[in-house]
Design a protein around this ligand. Structure first.
Ligand SMILES: [Zn+2]
Length: 196
């Protein structure tokens, strides 16, 4: 085993080595702080060969003006939801070759329509499950003191899951809201018309 060069206080990109963290196999692993305030434990090899240059922040999802992120309930540390109706996976470290962790940057989740026209995302935690985006946003950002189980889209656009467009409500309120009555009636009449 070759002697380990002390990397303490050396800089690699935005990372500054704080101290030796230990070893993985015969490789030294170092604790680093990033210019952004983040931290990262990384194998010295990846510092020296230039593949580790930050804590993952340069690949971070860019926030929109006024966008705030909160952990998704029961997925803390894995997924975050924003008040603008976006969902992202958190940066994480995946056990790679010989136990050396590789950084997986955060990324925005692709949203798709469910059969009712609402936006959904697939969250993984051992197993995959679909979640409605409006429910994730409302649960994270809107208090629900009355324990309502329905969420209304104020502008009646199911794709607009900005927190300002959502409100907790009762089934009766949701059914009577806006043009829904007229739309349902219209659909019924259209169906009747087709049957004639
Ligand atoms: Zn950083």
């Amino acid at each position: 085993m070759g002697k380990t060069v002390d990397l303490t206080n050396q800089r690699f990109g935005k990372l500054t080595v704080v101290k030796r963290h230990g070893s993985v196999g015969n490789r030294a692993v170092w604790e680093c702080v990033c210019d952004c305030g983040g931290s990262r434990v990384v194998c010295g090899k990846y510092l020296r060969n230039g593949s580790a240059v930050d804590c993952g922040c340069s690949n971070a999802v860019l926030d929109e003006p006024g966008e705030i992120w909160k952990p998704v309930d029961r997925y803390e540390g894995k997924y975050e939801v924003s008040n603008h109706g976006r969902i992202k996976s958190c940066k994480r470290f995946r056990k790679g070759k010989r136990g050396v962790a590789t950084l997986v940057a955060e990324r925005l989740l692709i949203q798709s329509h469910d059969h009712n026209g609402y936006m959904k995302v697939c969250l993984r935690d051992g197993r995959s499950s679909n979640h409605s985006v409006h429910q994730l946003v409302a649960r994270a950002f809107i208090p629900n003191p009355n324990g309502y189980d329905q969420i209304n889209h104020k502008d009646e656009n199911k794709e607009n899951n900005h927190v300002s467009n959502l409100e907790w409500c009762t089934q009766a309120y949701n059914n009577a809201y806006g043009t829904r009555m007229a739309r349902v009636k219209k659909t019924k009449e259209a169906v009747k018309g087709e049957r004639k």
